[in-house]
Design a protein. Structure first.
Lengths: 408, 590
């Protein structure tokens, strides 16, 4: 087999507009990083700026690789990649048992590899293969079981690291692809319902109403009475158990969950970041304070301001106008990519597009939702803008998968 | 290699994803709109509050002048050694150097820092009011003293020419319990507040408005630049012009220097206090400069109680100066006429007890009884008059209630009446013999020197009751305007002219006749009227009183001199009063 059997760079089919807009975003990122790393009374730290440019170069390399890789190769080796990826996630666990350290990274000399990042590509490829196979019918309930297994292994491992953010991203990728695969909405409802039941269980009235809705939907959609009753009772059981579980956990664990939901409960702890971030954003106002004029960022009130909270810096300095422009660029790209799935040549290509786009969308929403206080602080960076070489490589890789799906 | 399957993806599912993505972006944009547009002002001020550290600039207190425009209280620069807790923590050697330079032990300096410290980045005073030599030494060695510097603060200085701590009061760092009491008025730890006298009474006018300097700080509260980001200048306190005359005050202090007592001169037409001395007094400067324990003890443990303002808080039996009340009541109630005579045998027997008189006066009319201060005459009067009419006239003379002077802590004295005796001794458990004591200003009767001078004023004006006061005008810093406060005036209008004239005549003879008890107070040419009092008291020698007034046109002054254990009013009190009036008369001439 020759190299050409695995890779071909399809220049003519490359979506240059996507690439151009992404470069604009990385430019915004560079400007914001320059601002976020220059503190009052010190020279701007150009080290971050240059490292980011190196990260962009690395990202481009990953983009070219995943854009060029042939889909036939991906289809053939999806399982192999999946097994390798899973082993790589397990390795840090073993390493951390030997020497104390975090569970997330594998250090190879000067480089650090975060296997959960690469697992995103692999999961998308693997799920794209599973969902595009025609031998199973999305009209059967058991259709979901195999892909659910594919999702469960890496999700569980990453959740244990613990990396809640990545787990949520995996689930989002899976959810969107499952939905796009044409799986019956009723079955999707059956999967989602117990999670909503947990939330509903905190208020007895809401729980009652929700129970009636669940019951109606289940009994109207299914003729198998045993299955229906079982499903309904399962939901009720989950709901009834929830308060017991909640009261069973330690108060500090309850506190942690509540702080996640409402940061103002803990203004000097986890809530501090979110409150300071909101002050930064809100004080930016309509037009912003101007480049390098953000007091929250330059006086070091913002935590993680060049990585996770970079959007707060931009909001403070460029205001509502700047933010709206950037969000429109993101929105335009995401919608443009999703639309590519409709015209893709094959289901596999379409699934790659759906998976890659959803991964990027999930990152954007989780990050921005966190900086504005809509979502818990999970420490996920913003694609193409946040500082960090590793995540730039992930983002450009996902872009590569998406545009690869669009090509040919 | 497996084949790619032709795209059989449901178009509408993808469109649903597309719409959901759009909705997510809209949610984010709405959230930004809410934060940046709707709640902009809130977050803007929170950001400003984040980055700016407010440092107070204390306002200089208002200056207090006497009636001639001479400064009684003003401000002088005071140098303090301060340390920055965060810096000196990294340079502990500074403490040793400070100890060597100042001679104050390290432990004391560190204790002072802890006491005055709030926040690690704000300077804390470790030594107050250092002298010029120390100031120069610190500044010479400032490079070897990281974390320490000399700060500048205005402190209060009180005129050297007088020692009227009781009148002017003093300032000091606010005490913790007062901080709690005045927490709504914006006082902070380390603030200077007026205690006692004018400083306390007019605290609101004198304190001024604190200024602020804003410094940019990082998230740890550490200032970033030396220069202030923004500054609001303090508004100095308002200037007060008092009614007192500094020169006369000094004369009065010197006349009373050997005695415990009080002297007050008041303009009986408008209530202006020209001089107001309580002796002994204290030096307000000692408080302003921060006194040592020994200095404090010398004041607080002095048996002559210099911190006690006798003018407004000293309640004493008035003695014979009270006799005019019975005279007025008896005349008005037609119990006696000016010609009514009683015989004084030097003693008056009642219920088996003898009530004495100073001399054997023989047969005397009212005029002679006042001038000679005959007790027996008034024993006879009160028995016919009765307590109810008598106490009604004492109240007309405004006894038993505070005068309302603008000084803190004035006491009301006691003006006994039937209800008082019932309450004090029980109904029908007291006897008329007590009246005999009370009518000559003994027994349960207590007045303050200030009430006595107002009483003199009422007699002088035939019924005008003024509010004695010290504040003549306020010069407001803001708007540069001047306000003259109005003081209440009322009249006793149900006493006949002939009665007033009789009292005048008695008091005229007391001073100006050769046989009057108050003749030592006489100043020829001042048209003086007066009455002495000698009040027996259980604590030792009797107290000496003199009240009097001049009826000279353009010299409408009433005076009281009270000498604790001064034996007879004619011995010390009356001559002091005469000298004081004379001094002021000639001072005004110049």
């Amino acid at each position: 087999m020759k190299f050409k059997d695995f890779f071909s760079f399809k220049l003519s089919e490359l979506d240059f507009l996507s690439l151009f807009l992404v470069f604009i975003l990385t430019g915004v990122g560079l400007v914001a990083i320059y601002s976020a790393t220059s503190f009052v009374g010190t020279e701007a730290n150009m080290q971050y700026f240059w490292k980011q440019i190196m990260g962009i170069a690395g990202g481009l390399a990953m983009f070219i690789m995943l854009y060029s890789v042939r889909k036939s190769f991906l289809l053939s080796y999806a399982e192999v990649l999946y097994i390798i990826g899973t082993i790589l996630i397990i390795i840090p666990f073993i390493l951390s048992m030997v020497s104390s350290g975090t569970n997330r990274w594998i250090t190879l000399g000067a480089f650090q590899i975060q296997p959960s990042e690469y697992m995103k590509f692999i999961l998308i490829i693997m799920l794209a293969k599973v969902f595009s196979e025609s031998r199973r019918s999305p009209l059967q309930p058991q259709y979901v079981l195999y892909p659910l297994g594919v999702l469960a292994i890496p999700s569980a491992l990453v959740f244990l690291q613990p990396d809640l953010g990545s787990t949520l991203i995996y689930i989002a990728i899976f959810g969107a692809m499952l939905f796009a695969s044409g799986y019956k909405l009723y079955y999707i409802f059956l999967i989602v319902a117990p999670f909503i039941t947990v939330l509903a269980a905190f208020n007895s009235w809401v729980f009652l109403v929700w129970g009636i809705i669940v019951g109606l939907i289940i009994f109207l959609n299914n003729k198998n009475i045993l299955f229906s009753v079982g499903m309904f009772l399962f939901n009720i059981l989950v709901g009834v158990m929830t308060p017991f579980f909640w009261n069973g956990i330690k108060p500090y664990q309850q506190q942690r969950i509540l702080t996640m939901l409402n940061p103002h409960l803990d203004p000097m702890g986890a809530g501090y970041q979110v409150i300071q971030s909101q002050i930064a954003i809100g004080s930016g106002g309509f037009a912003g304070k101007g480049f390098l004029q953000g007091t929250q960022a330059h006086l070091n009130f913002l935590p993680e301001q060049h990585t996770d909270f970079i959007f707060s810096v931009i909001s403070e300095e460029f205001g509502f106008i700047g933010i709206t422009l950037i969000l429109f660029v993101y929105c335009f790209l995401v919608l443009r990519w999703y639309r590519m799935a409709i015209n893709a040549r094959s289901t596999f290509s379409a699934m790659l597009i759906i998976g890659g786009t959803t991964a990027l969308l999930a990152h954007i929403f989780i990050n921005v939702g966190m900086t504005v206080g809509l979502l818990p602080v999970t420490g996920k960076p913003l694609p193409f803008i946040s500082y960090g070489g590793s995540f730039l490589i992930t983002s450009f890789g996902l872009l590569g998968l998406v545009l690869n799906g669009n090509a040919e | 290699m497996p084949h790619e399957v032709k795209n059989r993806m449901d178009k509408y599912r993808v469109i649903t994803l597309l719409v959901m993505a759009f909705v997510l972006f809209m949610v984010l944009i709405i959230r930004f709109y809410s934060l940046q547009i709707v709640n902009y002002t809130t977050y803007r001020s929170e950001a400003v509050g984040n980055m700016l550290n407010r440092i107070d600039i204390s306002a200089p207190r208002g200056i207090v002048y006497d009636r001639q425009g001479e400064k009684l209280i003003y401000n002088v620069p005071c140098y303090n050694i301060v340390v920055y807790p965060d810096i000196i923590k990294q340079h502990p050697e500074t403490w040793e150097k400070l100890e060597n330079i100042t001679g104050v032990p390290i432990e004391q300096l560190q204790k002072n820092m802890k006491r005055n410290q709030y926040g690690s980045y704000r300077p804390a005073i470790v030594l107050r009011n250092i002298n010029h030599r120390l100031n120069a030494l610190i500044n010479e060695n400032i490079r070897d003293l990281p974390g320490a510097e000399v700060s500048f603060d205005p402190i209060r200085e009180y005129s050297d020419k007088i020692l009227s701590g009781n009148l002017l009061g003093y300032t000091a760092e606010i005490r913790r319990r007062d901080l709690y009491k005045y927490r709504n008025e914006g006082y902070k730890l380390g603030d200077i507040i007026g205690y006692d006298g004018i400083e306390k009474q007019y605290e609101e006018l004198l304190r001024g408005e604190r200024g602020y300097r804003y410094k940019q700080v990082n998230s740890m509260g550490k200032p970033l630049y030396d220069q202030a980001y923004e500054q609001t200048n303090p508004v100095p306190g308002n200037s007060l012009y008092l009614t007192v005359d500094r020169e006369l005050q000094a004369v009065a202090e010197s006349l009373l220097v050997d005695y415990s007592g009080a002297a007050v001169m008041m303009n009986y037409e408008n209530g202006e206090i020209i001089t107001c001395v309580s002796s002994p007094s204290y030096d307000s400067d000692m408080f302003a400069e921060g006194m040592t324990q020994a200095e404090w003890d010398s004041i607080a443990q002095d048996k002559r109680i210099p911190l006690f303002n006798r003018v407004i808080r000293g309640q004493y039996p008035p003695g014979s100066i009270y006799k005019m009340i019975a005279a007025m009541a008896a005349l008005e109630k037609n119990i006696i006429t000016p010609q009514t005579e009683f015989e004084c045998t030097g003693v008056f027997d009642m219920g088996g007890r003898s009530f004495k008189c100073a001399h054997v006066h023989g047969i005397e009319n009212l005029n002679e009884a006042i001038a000679h201060s005959c007790n027996v005459y008034f024993y006879n009067v009160i028995l016919e008059l009765g307590i109810d009419d008598w106490s009604a006239y004492a109240k007309k003379m405004a006894f038993g209630v505070p005068t309302g002077i603008d000084l803190p802590g004035e006491l009301p004295g006691i003006c006994p009446d039937r209800a008082f005796l019932d309450n004090q001794y029980g109904r029908r458990r007291w006897w008329k013999g007590m009246w005999l004591n009370m009518v000559i200003g003994q027994g349960d009767v207590l007045v303050t020197p200030l009430q006595a001078v107002r009483y003199a004023g009422i007699l002088a004006t035939h019924g005008k009751i003024v509010t004695p006061h010290l504040l003549r005008s306020v010069h407001y810093t803001k708007g540069n305007s001047i306000e003259k406060p109005e003081y209440a005036v009322s009249y006793v209008d149900d006493i006949s002219r002939s009665t007033w004239k009789e009292i005048d005549a008695g008091m005229l003879n007391a001073v100006q006749s050769n046989w009057g008890t108050a003749r030592t107070a006489n100043v020829p040419g001042l048209d003086m009227y007066g009455k002495t009092g000698t009040a027996q008291n259980p604590h030792g020698e009797p107290h000496g009183w003199f009240i009097g007034y001049s009826k000279l046109k353009d010299f409408p002054y009433a005076i009281v001199v009270f000498i604790e254990h001064g034996i007879a009013g004619s011995d010390v009190a009356a001559p002091v009063a005469g000298q004081l009036l004379k001094a002021y008369y000639y001072m005004r001439e110049q």
